[in-house]
Design a protein around this ligand. Structure first.
Ligand code: PEP
Ligand code: MG
Length: 606
């Protein structure tokens, strides 16, 4: 289907954060910031009145946030912690005491003093490298804005008052805004600012309404009542579409819904090839909140639980009990299926929480993952204790990231055994036969896979890092992103070597890098002997569907020919030819994102 009248369209491109297509009228929400004026206070009486005024504004902000929290729709309850964070900010001394101190010492008005406090907090956040934590400064700004509005006596329009079928258009939306959205009325939202990890984005997904953020100037192009098409798959917004375009997108949406429901209906079937070979398809998760979606999408367990979030979300270390509760809940929800908990992989592009730690010149080659844990033994032990204690409540497996050789593995296992002995002494319950595996993601681990295999119960190949380290391309550097080639013969050979080592030792080999979720890779991974695919939950129905249309024998037979090919491009061509009918179907539904435009054209017209 080609999009009609393309050149006539007034389109904006942003970041798609919640899927779906909606067509409807815009409703502009003014979220412009309160203007702050400087005022010098002359008398002590004025100063103490100003302090009281600030305290009142804080109190009112607290009441308002609590009220939003109480009215939060069921779907968003799991995000209530965001509003709790806002309540905590209101009580934070850098926010509240510092402002009062500035009012008193500098004899200035509350607005200006608060502005200074926020600037100081911003300076602190600016030193943090991690994008997720950096973005959390917006929470401080939302709270400050609320207090400033209270100081100015300006009521902000609450989104809960919007009772029409509209698409919300705003410069930005706070978590309190998205929490107040009237489900069943509001059809979607689009904003000028925001990123993939913004809370508004996360909440849009929970509300299951299409959302596009980061459109930069959408509020300048749209008025109340402007007709809009929001494509939450492609991150596109069309302003004032004509009839032809409306029909085109209505059909696109219908077609997609039909297709998605057809594959989701089948997603609970086992991932079994046409010749009866059963593969495990599991989910990669980063948060407890994703577990239910993983199950709904047909995950047969969690193949990779990335555990960094608890360490990155705040400046303090998570307690053992906090971690235990989290892992226990995941284990209980997923039981009897397994959950593979990966120990902390901090460092690299995931910044360390250790304030003041020197910035490394090559963080990806630095003190990352298991290296960091072997240095910070206390922290490592606390996580291991939490995992082991939780293993009494379901089927937990444990996995070490970035293992580069046998010694590192033995050192890690020695600490694990020490922790087990401690738990024995304390009489605590845990699964003493817990399966222990390693991520194979460093080229040296591939070279010694046969040796590593003797000491573990399973391998999980992390192709994201394996490709980075094997092809010497920084995975977060956009200039070399074109070199990210899963079909590079070196990568395919490495996967084969790891699978062969695993098979020889009689241990399972999973794959949990992005390759596992790429429909184009399924055929070759099956042929290579991968027994477990672990991927983002949303991709599971498609990967299961592909596995159900392939035969193990077919993919094995073609393996020899493919492994002889000299370049990634050739491998890609051969695989595309073999999977052509299926890929055509997936492409028509827009489900293949790894194709470039030329590949898409040749698939459609070839
Ligand atoms: C990988 O490296 O392939 C992997 C799954 O781990 P992460 O992306 O968390 O580094
Ligand atoms: Mg990795």
């Amino acid at each position: 289907m080609t999009e009609p009248g393309k050149e006539k369209l007034k389109k904006l491109k942003g970041i798609p954060v919640s899927p779906g297509v909606v067509i409807g009228k815009a409703r502009l929400v003014d979220r412009s910031r309160v203007k702050i004026l400087y005022q010098y206070l002359v008398t002590d009486q004025q100063v103490s009145r100003e302090v009281d005024r600030f305290k009142e504004a804080l109190g009112a902000a607290k009441e308002q946030i609590v009220a939003v929290k109480h009215k939060m729709p069921e779907q968003l309850r799991k995000h209530a912690f965001i509003l709790d964070t806002h309540l905590m900010i209101l009580e934070d001394s850098m926010f509240c005491n510092a402002t009062i101190q500035t009012i008193r010492e500098e004899k200035i008005n509350a607005e200006w003093a608060l502005k200074k406090s926020v600037q100081n907090i911003e300076k602190l956040f600016a030193q943090i490298d991690d994008r997720y934590i950096k973005e959390r400064i917006v929470d401080v700004e939302y709270v400050a804005e609320r207090v400033l509005r209270n100081l100015a006596g300006q009521e902000q329009e609450s989104l809960s008052e919007i009772n029409e079928r509209v698409i919300i258009v705003a410069h930005e939306l706070s978590p309190a805004d998205t929490s107040s959205i009237n489900i069943g009325k509001v059809m979607g939202f689009i904003t000028d600012v925001g990123g993939r990890t913004s809370h508004a984005a996360i909440m849009g997904q929970s509300l299951k309404i299409p959302a596009v953020v980061g459109l930069e100037t959408v509020t300048h192009h749209v008025h109340d009542g402007t007709l809009l098409i929001v494509d939450g798959y492609a991150g596109q917004v069309i302003i004032d579409p004509d009839d032809e375009q409306i029909i085109f997108f209505q059909e696109k949406q219908l077609q997609r819904e039909r297709y998605e429901s057809s594959i989701i209906r089948l997603s609970h079937l086992p991932a079994e090839t046409t010749d009866g070979y059963r593969v495990a398809v599991r989910a990669n998760i980063e948060l407890l909140e994703e577990v239910v979606a993983a199950k709904d999408n047909g995950a047969e367990g969690i193949g990779l639980y990335r555990t960094e979030y608890h360490y990155l979300k705040s400046a303090r270390l998570p307690s053992e009990d906090e971690l235990f509760e989290d892992y226990k809940e995941v284990a209980e929800i997923i039981a009897p299926d397994p959950v593979t908990v990966r120990t902390l992989d901090i460092g690299g592009d995931r910044v360390s929480f250790e304030k003041g730690q020197a910035k490394e010149a090559n963080p990806a080659l630095g003190l990352r993952a298991i290296r960091f844990c072997l240095k910070e033994v206390g922290l490592f032990k606390s996580q291991l204790r939490a995992i082991l204690r939780a293993s009494a409540f379901g089927k937990l497996q444990l996995m070490f990231p970035m293992i580069s050789g046998v010694q590192e593995l033995l050192d890690s296992k020695a600490i694990l055994e020490e922790v087990m002995r401690d738990l024995d002494r304390e009489g605590r319950e845990y699964d003493r036969h817990i399966q222990v595996g390693v991520m194979v993601e460093v080229p040296s681990a591939v070279a010694v896979a046969d040796l590593l295999a003797k000491h573990v119960d399973f391998f999980s190949i992390g192709t994201n890092d394996l490709i980075q380290y094997a092809l010497a391309i920084d995975r977060v550097n956009e200039h070399v992103a074109y070199m990210y080639q899963p079909f590079h013969p070196a990568i395919l050979r490495m996967i084969r070597q790891v699978v062969e080592a695993g098979q020889k030792a009689g241990i399972g080999v999973a794959l949990c890098g992005e390759m596992a979720g790429d429909p184009l890779c399924t055929f070759i991974l099956l042929g290579l002997g991968i027994e477990e695919f672990s991927l983002n939950a949303t991709g599971i129905p498609i990967i299961k569907k592909i596995i159900r249309t392939l035969s193990l024998e077919g993919s094995r037979n073609d393996l020899g020919e493919i492994l002889e090919l000299e370049t990634a491009t050739k491998v890609r061509e051969v695989i595309k030819a073999k999977m052509r009918p299926l890929l055509k179907e997936l492409d028509q539904q827009g489900l293949i994102t790894s194709f470039n435009n030329q590949e898409k054209r040749s698939l459609r017209h070839g």
